[in-house]
Design a protein around this ligand. Structure first.
Ligand SMILES: [Zn+2]
Length: 464
């Protein structure tokens, strides 16, 4: 089966046919670096990664560009609220530049731990002010902008198909909502360039034809994607929250500027990670779970990767520690199996492997059906006709998509904490303190190990 992807633009699965033979352009919206990313944000980057790996698996020459937003993003996506970067700087008593550098590094560390392939180009909005100004000038020349109250706005009424991605019903929406910014001519108009900062402490400012100021949030993605991928490119991704405002506005300004349609051929969006009541993970409060939080709780970052693979990217993913425990156990079991298969000296048979490789490819090529791909993984593990060698070869091939480091897994050493508890338990048994001994056995089991008694003392095994 050749690759098909669900295009938000058409609300249909479509066969993937690239615009050019020698390069598939992929642009994925990156983080606003004013705080740590939480695991809900990371789900989006994992989805981008599966998509990119699937393209590579299908031998498409991908060029991947991701942005880092370090200026211009207000707490609401619609030019309302406080400046996110400034808020971070005030909270931490640092400059906005320091905050941006710190959280960019933290973000990159998260990506690495989750085995997310690095983009070919990771570009910062503040390094591309010149390109953003040039794009706004282009829009100005074509009559798509107006200047009011110190800001340059995009006039959405000049485009006949504004809002096509989100299928916005413009009249109803405009009536339903109160206009907060009195300078806007139309409800959906948005700022391209701010010269009037809401905060006098705004540190990030640049000279421009409209006065000293800074760009609106949406313009950076249009300017940088077109700089690196050309005026028209293949795929643009982001979370579903980007559909109604950010991506809608990116399309408006880009298609207005280039005068060609469509700007991007395929739009792909991932659903959220949700908590108990279906709520989205919040950026503050106790719902704010980061990758280091999980690591401190005894989870490996790849346990979270495995957890995300278990649900299709277009479905909400319910987060709970119980569910994450399930992923953790499954991943450990898979690693043990891979270690066992790796030692197998039987002959490999390409003929026997073929149907499994085909089913796996069909699953992944069917709009990145990772839950089904994982089911094939376990079919391979359990199959009785395949040799251990065949299983190892197949799983190593699948890992090009899964990214679970299956090829490089090593025998895991028993954690020192488990050893310490086992010694403590031995002492308790020598003292005939059976209650304490049972408690310690229980604590050891929480690490995924079983302790047994031998003549010499004890032996520790991984639990099944
Ligand atoms: Zn973007």
């Amino acid at each position: 089966m050749s690759l098909t992807l669900y295009n938000t633009l058409s609300r249909k699965k479509e066969p993937f046919v690239p615009l050019k033979k020698n390069e598939v352009g992929l642009y994925t919206c990156g983080p606003t670096v004013y705080n740590y990313v939480h695991i809900g944000n990371l789900r989006a980057y994992l989805f981008d990664d599966i998509l990119k790996r699937t393209l590579l698996f299908n031998k498409f020459p991908v060029k991947h560009v991701m942005n880092i937003t370090d200026v211009g993003h207000l707490t609401s996506d619609e030019d309302e609220g406080e400046d996110k970067m400034l808020k971070g700087a005030q909270r931490e008593k640092k400059t906005v530049w320091e905050v941006a550098a710190f959280y960019t590094k933290a973000f990159q560390e998260n990506m690495k731990k989750l085995n997310i392939l690095s983009p070919d180009i990771l570009c910062k909005a503040t390094d591309h002010i010149k390109e953003q100004i040039a794009l706004i000038q282009q829009l100005e020349k074509k009559g798509f902008t107006y200047f009011k109250g110190g800001n340059v706005y995009f006039d959405t009424s000049k485009l006949s198909d504004y809002g096509k991605l989100a299928k916005l019903s413009l009249d109803a929406e405009a009536k339903a909502r109160v206009q907060k910014d009195q300078n806007k001519k139309n409800h959906h108009d948005f700022v391209l360039w701010f010269t009037k900062s809401k905060s006098q402490e705004q540190e990030m400012k640049w000279p421009s034809p409209w006065g000293v100021g800074y760009p609106g949030w949406h313009i950076e993605c249009s300017a940088m994607s077109m700089k690196y991928l050309g005026e028209q490119f293949d795929i643009h991704c982001g979370g579903i929250d980007h559909i109604p405002v950010h991506h809608t506005n990116e399309i408006a300004q880009s298609e207005a500027a280039i005068g060609k349609k469509p700007w991007v051929k395929y739009w792909l969006h991932n659903e959220f990670l949700v908590l108990g009541q279906g709520e989205k993970m919040a950026k503050s409060g106790e719902n704010f779970v980061t990758l280091p939080t999980l690591e401190q709780g005894g989870y490996h970052p790849l346990d979270y990767r495995y957890f995300c693979l278990g649900t299709h990217y277009r479905h909400p993913l319910m987060f709970s520690y119980e569910a994450l425990d399930g992923a953790k156990t499954a991943r450990r079991r898979l690693i043990d199996k891979v270690l066992e298969f790796k030692k197998n000296k039987d002959k490999a048979s390409a003929t026997k492997q073929k149907p499994f490789l085909q089913t796996f490819t069909d699953a992944i090529n069917d709009d990145l059906n990772t839950p089904q791909a994982l089911a094939v993984v376990w079919d391979v593990v359990k199959d009785e006709a395949l040799s251990g060698k065949d299983k190892y070869v197949l799983l190593a091939k699948f890992d090009a998509i899964l990214g679970l480091d299956l090829k490089t897994v090593k025998e895991e050493k028993i954690p020192t904490e488990v050893l310490r508890l086992a010694i403590e338990r031995l002492q308790a048994r020598q003292n005939k303190d059976w209650k304490k001994s049972d408690e310690l056995r229980e604590r050891i089991s929480r690490f995924g190990y079983v302790v047994g008694d031998t003549k010499e003392g004890f032996e520790i095994k991984k639990s099944d």
